[in-house]
Design a protein around this ligand. Structure first.
Ligand SMILES: [Zn+2]
Ligand SMILES: [Zn+2]
Length: 498
């Protein structure tokens, strides 16, 4: 019987004086070294057993990860994903009681461009991360966030326009494993080239084989510039954070698809997910809040996102890292050193962590509430958001809040008369006119917005030019609008549903 399940706990302050000189509540022999949950005192040894058991239980009870399955582990270098990596390593080791049997691969996404780090700073971070990742002995990949700008839309086969093909030359597991020895050697050993080679104008994306990062980690200046411009074009930090999150999601998805991984493990701990849940509700992403925080995110048919650390609080993660000397890497983000109210997420974080300090069951209560929300809806591609791939939550009635917001926006823009969606399309000039399309037809804001979920609409509305969005979004929008135009043309000849 599993004894580490958190139960619904009343929101109460802990009795302060009880924490000193207590014995471990499990073995009742050793002196306790930490208090976890509301008031559970653990000694070092029992805390280790508790953490390991909780992690295994999270993976084991859902039976989602099969033996031998390739699982991509998102590694950010932060405390939570470092703890995840350590727990996976320990679970896969021979001495583990119930051995984990999946095959992990690690991915790090370099987001240095979003906070204006220079190439040398970005390389230094990548090197640190690389040394941790290669020490684990698992296959590993390093991608930069701006590479998302050249990814193809999901319906790539049918998409049109000048979308570049993404190179899928990412080394797979066997290759990676065999190269581990060289990789760690090249980091510690002397290397002639210490600065990254820049490529200008070259649009192809190559993933970086981590063993030769120093000589091969190339920052595509064009893409970096586009990322910066897009982020700068958004006025609020909340919109920027949301957009960065969707790019990150897209890269994880792309690497998982191209490298044969069927699951992606995220390192978010319970505290982060509780913040996520409240942030999602505050930013209009309430329809997806359950999906964003559940153990398994099933929004896509082929790749499932898992959150095995969701039962851990950030305090438990910090204690685990401290007891096991787990190395974490500090990487600045958009809100590092920023004021509390700089973004909705940052404000929510300070609210939740502040409440958690006084009321230790805050996080678990938020998570329990989140679990009661439904996340099982699977819809077909046409009904997914082009940016975050979540089901579209915008097909609501005329008297909905969404319609009211749209109506008031129309009024404020002074364009309530008539629907101008019937945009005339002309021939590209290359044929007999039957294609009914312009050659480089870039979608307008209205078209883009119609393919996005409510929260992504808010993000995009914050931008001054929708054409700064990545190709996978624009390509998807163009494909959808082409399809709907085509459907309009042949509507009269279609059989009606009875
Ligand atoms: Zn004990
Ligand atoms: Zn969306």
């Amino acid at each position: 019987m599993c004894s580490v399940q958190d139960d619904d706990m009343p929101l109460k302050r802990p009795e302060k004086d009880e924490s000193f000189g207590r014995l471990c509540m499990k073995c009742k022999e050793e002196p306790a070294v930490l208090i976890t949950r509301v008031n559970d005192a653990f000694c070092r040894g029992c805390f280790q057993v508790y953490v390991t058991h909780k992690f295994r239980a999270a993976i084991g009870k859902t039976k989602l990860v099969r033996d031998g399955e390739h699982v991509l582990v998102a590694f950010s270098g932060g405390p939570s994903s470092s703890a995840l990596l350590s727990l996976i390593q320990e679970g896969l080791s021979q001495r583990a009681h119930k051995k984990l049997r999946f095959k992990p691969g690690l991915i790090f996404i370099d987001e240095g461009a979003t906070v204006g780090l220079c190439a040398a700073e970005r390389l230094a971070i990548c090197e640190k991360v690389q040394s941790v990742m290669t020490n684990s002995g698992f296959p590993c990949y390093i991608k930069s966030l701006e590479e998302a700008f050249e990814l193809m839309p999901e319906n790539e086969g049918k998409s049109t326009g000048n979308i570049h093909t993404v190179s899928t030359e990412i080394n797979n597991s066997a290759d990676c494993n065999s190269s581990q020895a060289d990789s760690s050697a090249s980091v510690s050993g002397p290397h002639s080239s210490t600065s990254p080679a820049f490529r200008d104008g070259d649009s192809s994306i190559e993933s970086v084989r981590t063993e030769d990062i120093k000589s091969n980690y190339q920052i595509n200046v064009n893409l970096e510039q586009r990322l910066k411009e897009t982020i700068d074009s958004m006025k609020s930090v909340s919109a920027r954070e949301d957009f960065i999150c969707s790019l990150r999601h897209k890269i994880l998805l792309d690497v998982a698809r191209h490298c044969g991984y069927s699951k992606v493990m995220l390192g978010s701990c319970g505290t982060q997910l509780a913040v996520r849940l409240l942030t999602d509700i505050s930013t209009g992403r309430g329809a997806h809040a359950a999906m964003e925080t559940a153990f398994a995110d099933r929004r896509l048919k082929d790749i499932m996102f898992l959150r095995p650390m969701r039962d851990f609080s950030s305090k438990e993660v910090a204690m685990y890292n401290s007891f096991h000397n787990v190395e974490t890497i500090f990487i600045p983000s958009l809100t590092t050193k920023a004021e509390t109210n700089v973004s909705i997420e940052h404000l929510t974080e300070s609210f939740v962590t502040g409440l958690q300090a006084d009321y230790p069951s805050t996080v678990s209560n938020i998570m329990r509430t989140g679990e009661k929300l439904d996340s099982s809806t699977e819809k077909k591609v046409d009904e997914k958001c082009a940016m975050c791939q979540a089901p579209l939550d915008t097909s609501v009635g005329v008297s909905s809040a969404l319609s009211a917001v749209e109506f008031s926006q129309k009024i404020s823009q002074g364009c309530i008369e008539g629907d101008n969606s019937s945009k005339t399309v002309e021939c590209c000039g290359e044929g007999d006119g039957s294609c009914q399309s312009t050659a480089q037809n870039s979608p307008d804001q209205k078209e883009v917005l119609s393919s996005l979920c409510y929260a992504c609409r808010l993000t995009v509305r914050d931008m001054d030019d929708v054409n700064k969005l990545p190709l996978y979004v624009l390509g998807d929008v163009a494909w959808r609008s082409k399809r709907s135009n085509m459907k309009k043309e042949i509507e009269d000849f279609l059989l009606q549903d009875v």
